[in-house]
Ligand binder design. Structure first.
Ligand code: C5P
Length: 218
């Protein structure tokens, strides 16, 4: 039995990697299976929320009852988020968004040659930071995958992006794995969620969010 702590709540979330095309057949992406994001989507649905899942390319099945919007690039992800953000109570950014996109995408496959090839990369917009900076933002939850100094980097990121809650994990063990280990950072400090499968952690995280986000609206 799972209490419907999020009944009537609208959650917008991003998950998976983004894919930034270089040419017709090549691109830049991040290593992300989407498993943590999809588990969070599933946990939120179980608790009675309505969920819009903006997803980069993954091999995962859509959680039953989620409204899934498939995107490839960060720009497409940002557009989908902008279209749905006004209606949501909670925004959870789990996607591993590519930090850069290619300035000139070639429609045709670039031919290989012996000469060095230089690609110009432009920074992508920070989707989460721009949602958190809205005049009347939803409760914003970010993720930070770090390979070292997790506590320091995660808290810095939380403050820089002005998030009430940031979820940290160690990148090496999280990526592609069915297990994970999280640390939640908020104004009250650090709250570890010990190693478990991603759905168990997702349920614990959503419970934490359900219990903490309301205060933010007052
Ligand atoms: O700064 P960093 O990329 O490590 O921040 C990670 C958090 O910010 C994640 O929640 C991620 O989904 C979000 N993000 C975003 N748009 C970007 C980069 C990161 O929404 N362009």
């Amino acid at each position: 039995f799972i209490p419907k702590l999020l009944a009537g709540k609208k959650i917008l979330m991003t998950a998976g990697p983004t894919y930034e095309a270089i040419d017709a057949v090549r691109g830049i992406t991040n290593r992300s299976s989407g498993k943590m994001g999809y588990a969070i989507c599933q946990a939120a649905l179980e608790m009675g929320a309505e969920v819009v899942l903006v997803s980069g390319p993954t091999a995962l099945a859509t959680p039953h009852d989620a409204q899934r919007i498939d995107v490839q690039s960060a720009a497409q992800m940002y557009n989908a988020v902008k279209q749905h953000v006004a209606a949501c109570d909670i925004f959870i950014a789990v996607a591993a968004v590519a930090d850069y996109r290619v300035a000139q995408v070639s429609e045709q496959k670039i031919k290989k040659s012996a000469a060095p090839l230089t690609l110009e990369l432009l920074p992508n917009p920070d989707i989460l930071a721009s949602v958190a900076a809205l005049a009347n933002p939803p409760y914003c939850v970010g993720f930070a995958a770090e390979s070292e100094n997790l506590a320091t980097y995660a808290e810095q990121k939380r403050l820089a992006k002005r998030l009430p809650l940031l979820v940290g994990n160690i990148a090496q063990q999280a990526i592609g794995s069915d297990d994970n280990e999280l640390i939640l950072f908020d104004d009250a400090g650090m709250h570890p969620l010990p190693r478990a499968d991603k759905l168990t952690l997702a349920r614990q995280l959503m419970q934490y969010i359900a219990q903490h986000y309301e205060g933010d609206f007052s």
